[in-house]
Ligand binder design. Structure first.
Ligand code: S6P
Ligand code: ZN
Length: 197
């Protein structure tokens, strides 16, 4: 663990952090239950379970006062009419924010809170998205050709809570329509989370 100030390179030639401490990769099977078109999902998992996204992290102590940072790379692709995306999560310590800075590609950060508010911000190179505390967040790649590459930074003690999203998904689904995208209501979410919305 570095004790003195440091810097690191984000290499956009191949969308990596060469000095990463941890690389997470998630294949489509990690997103079970999140896509509307269950047949298309099952078929794609059977046909090789494609790599949907990767995360490169710089390790720091997971405590208040520290910051965790790294690179998120969501590959292009569709499951039925829905785009490749991250699992999405709340922070375990809900009173913690996060900042994303888009370096490449075109996408969305889908966000919602436990009171039922839902919103989305576009990712384009140069755009920052600030996730205020209490909002679950999921990156969606809206391009079918390019990776969506974002830099993120969040408090060291935030932690990840995946359970609520694994159980009910997000309220909105992002689908391809007429060459662009549209947010539609996730009917499964209303069914699984009857107390909200
Ligand atoms: C962490 C931050 C990102 C995500 C990454 C993968 O707070 O939001 O590093 O972990 O984009 O998403 P997920 O939902 O699989 O953790
Ligand atoms: Zn987060």
């Amino acid at each position: 663990m570095k004790k003195r100030p440091f810097g690191y390179e984000i290499r956009l030639r191949d969308n990596t952090i060469p000095e990463f401490d941890r690389r997470i990769e998630r294949r489509l099977s990690a997103l079970r239950g999140q896509y509307l078109d269950e047949a298309a999902f099952a078929q794609a998992v059977l046909n090789g379970d494609p790599l949907v996204y990767e995360v490169y992290e710089i390790h720091r102590p997971q405590k208040e006062g520290e910051l965790l940072s790294g690179l998120s790379v969501v590959h292009p692709g569709l499951v039925g009419e829905e785009f490749y995306m991250t699992k999405g999560h709340y922070h375990e310590i809900s009173d913690t924010a996060e900042v994303y800075y888009c370096l490449k590609g075109h996408g969305l950060l889908l966000m919602e809170n436990e009171q039922g508010d839902t919103t989305a911000e576009e990712f384009r190179p140069g755009r920052v998205v600030y996730v205020v505390p209490g909002y679950a967040h999921r990156s969606v790649n809206l391009s079918l050709e390019e990776d969506l590459v974002t830099f993120f930074v969040y408090p060291g003690n935030a932690g990840h809570a995946y359970g609520a999203i694994e159980a009910a998904g997000f309220q909105k689904l992002v689908v391809r329509r007429n060459g662009t995208y549209e947010l539609i209501q996730n009917r499964a979410w209303a069914r699984k989370a009857p107390g909200i919305g």
